[in-house]
Each structure stands twice: as C-alpha cells, then as structure tokens.
Design a protein around this ligand. Structure first.
Ligand code: NAI
Length: 298
C-alpha cells in the first residue's frame, strides 16, 4: 500500500507545509494535515470552496487530496494545559462538524496526544511525520529585549512542539518510517531581525534532531532529519517583517542566483522520507541555493 503522512503546520497554500504535502502526494502518499485551530475554519472553507484548486494540481494533472484535516494546537499537550480564556475564545469554540470526542469536551480544541489518538482511530498508523510550524510572539524584538515569556513561548511552539508530536506519534509510526522538521540558518549564524528567541528555538530543534534520531531510531526504526530552508515569503515569514530583504540578500549572495521555490523544499522532503534516504538520519539538510556555505556577502 501507499504511505501515509501527517503534516503539522498547513493553513494555506503558501508555506513549506503545503509544498511538502504536494510533493508527498505526487509520490503517492496519503495526506493528513494538522492545522492550527485559529486558522482552521478559513482553511477548511477555502479548501471546500475550491480556492486552492489551482495549487492542488499535481504534475500528473490530478488534484492533491487531503484525506483529513485535524485541528491542532502544538503548545498544549493535555486538556489541563489549556487556559480558560483560550477554551472560551470563539475561534477555538467555533462551530464545526468534527466528530472527535474532544469537540464537546474542550470547545473543539484538539491537542498533542489527542491528535495522535484520533489519527490512530481513523487510520491506524502513519509512515511519515512532518513538522512545519513555528511561532515566536516576540520575533520582531532583538534577543536583548526579549522577555522570558516570549522566549519560552518561541521554544514551546517551535521546538518542544516537535518533541511532543514525535513522542505522541512514534507509537503509531510503522518501522522504517521517517520524520522531518524545518529549521533556519539563524540557529547557527547570527541573523539580525530573527529575534524573540526564534534563533534559540531553531538551535534547540537542530540539537533535538540528533538526539531524537538516536532515540526514535533505536526505539522505532524511524529516521529523523531537519531541512534548513532558505527564505520564502510565507505567511509566517511575512510576520517577521524582513523576508523580502532576506530573499533579495539570498538572490544577490547565494551560489545559485535563482528564486527558491517551496516545491524545492517539498521535493527534498519527499526524498528524505523515502527509502532513497534510508541511511540518512540526524542530519541537517540545506535547501537554500547554497547560501549557508558563503562566508562573505558579495
Ligand atoms: P507557514 O505560515 O506556512 O507555516 C507556519 C504554520 O505554523 C502555520 O500554518 C501556522 O498556523 C502554524 N502554527 C503556528 N503556531 C501554531 C501552534 N501553536 N500550533 C499549531 N500550528 C501553529 O510558514 P512557513 O514559513 O512555511 O513555516 C513552516 C516552517 O518552515 C517553520 O518551522 C519555519 O520556521 C520554517 N522555515 C521558514 C522559512 C521561511 O523563510 N519561510 C525559512 C526556514 C525555515
């Protein structure tokens, strides 16, 4: 049978998560996505109304099918973690026809372990787990001006969220499967403007990739890698404020002077989770037109 993938962090057709979903679908995988609860309604409505049909087109002319969209909030692991004001927030308590148990219990909020449980109930198992999400409420602030709360929020949403996802999904991942996340060069080199502890969060994610590769490799024969992607004008990146500048900088300075397409990251993801990459685990794979190799701006 074909492989089944769960992709956390898809809420429109602009980001890396969408491009990864498409590349996996084109390779024959069944696609499940996890969408942040506040963005869920608009994403599902747009899907249903055909707003994404043009970008759902696969190379063979068919449209990518998303077997199921799961509501997901990566900063809570159990119902007790959810603050009252969030539970009663109407974007979370929105009207939907989800049939999951937690809909009534927790105002439609489905969290970490519950997502894995629902996927297990619906489909039994998965082969591929993709983490394509990040959030840093103080990302526009220099690290020197970042609060403890902002720093920890960045780590919670962008790094621990991956530990939690893999922790909860590993038991339902078929041996030989693989997982990937998305990171950024700011983990290793100073990138002024990528603040609020986001650089720290990516550094944690990269370190965790090595440790999780060992643990998940031994425990479940699962490979764990991360893609260090170049700049893309996604919704999340636009919120940071200097993405156009970074794209321009890359164009001027990278070995390959071309636009970086989300599909190029999608294709690398498809390779990394496929048997073609069966000996690659714990790695950071750069998909950035080579920008990371440069030591001098030209
Ligand atoms: P995106 O906006 O398509 O994806 C970010 C997703 O995270 C969104 O769908 C958002 O709804 C979701 N999200 C935020 N907080 C969440 C939470 N608490 N629970 C669940 N979902 C949550 O943007 P993009 O840029 O494609 O981001 C995907 C990954 O790629 C991120 O890890 C990002 O750091 C990484 N990346 C992006 C680069 C860029 O230039 N766009 C460069 C290098 C890495």
């Amino acid at each position: 049978r074909g492989k089944r993938a769960f992709i956390a962090g898809v809420a429109d057709d602009n980001g890396y998560g969408w491009a990864i979903a498409k590349a996996l679908a084109a390779a024959g995988a069944e696609i499940l996505v996890g969408t942040w609860v506040p963005a869920l309604n608009i994403f599902e409505t747009s899907l249903r109304r055909g707003k994404f049909d043009e970008s759902r087109k696969l190379p063979d002319g068919s449209l990518m099918d998303i077997a199921k969209v799961y509501p997901l909030d990566a900063v809570y692991d159990s119902p007790e973690d959810v603050p009252e004001d969030v539970k009663s927030n109407k974007r979370y308590a929105g009207s939907s026809n989800w049939t999951v148990k937690s809909f009534d219990k927790y105002n439609s909020l489905l969290i970490g372990q519950e997502v894995a449980e629902s996927v297990k109930n619906d489909f039994g198992s998965i082969d591929i787990l993709v983490h394509s999400l990040a959030n840093g409420p103080e990302v526009t602030k220099p690290l020197l001006e970042t609060s403890r709360r902002g720093y920890l929020a960045a780590i919670s949403a962008s790094s621990y969220s991956y530990v939690s996802l893999l922790q909860h999904f590993l038991p339902i991942m078929n041996p030989g499967g693989a997982s990937i996340s998305l990171t950024y060069i700011a983990a290793e080199r100073a990138i002024p403007g990528y603040g609020g502890g986001m650089s720290s969060a990516k550094a944690a994610l990269e370190s965790d990739t090595r440790v999780l590769a060992f643990e998940a490799g031994r425990k479940g024969k699962i490979r764990v890698n991360t893609i260090s992607a170049g700049p893309l004008g996604s919704r999340a990146a636009k919120a940071i404020g200097f993405i156009e500048k970074m794209i321009e900088y890359s164009y001027v300075n990278a070995p390959l002077q071309k636009e970086l397409l989300a599909d190029e990251v999608g294709n690398t993801a498809a390779f990394l989770v496929s048997p073609l990459a069966s000996a690659i685990t714990g790695s950071i794979v750069y998909v950035d037109n080579g920008l990371n190799t440069m030591g001098l701006a030209v």
